[in-house]
Design a protein around this ligand. Structure first.
Ligand SMILES: [Cu+2]
Length: 66
């Protein structure tokens, strides 16, 4: 399992948290959003998923991974 913390711009409320966490979980990974630090801690299986795919899923929700 890989653990990566991404900086994500544009998250401001619980709706954003659910959108981001939901999009990542849909890929089969785990995500925990911290609104205060605008970060998303993700845990994923590198054999099954790329970090790029996770970033794309977050950006598809309308947020910017920086
Ligand atoms: Cu929001």
């Amino acid at each position: 399992m890989a653990s990566v913390t991404l900086k994500v711009e544009g998250m401001s409320c619980s709706h954003c948290v659910n959108a981001v966490e939901g999009a990542v979980k849909k890929l089969g990974a785990q995500a925990k959003v911290d609104l205060a630090s605008k970060s998303v801690a993700v845990e994923f299986d590198e054999a099954k998923l790329s970090l790029e795919a996770i970033k794309n899923a977050i950006e598809d929700q309308g947020y910017d991974v920086v």
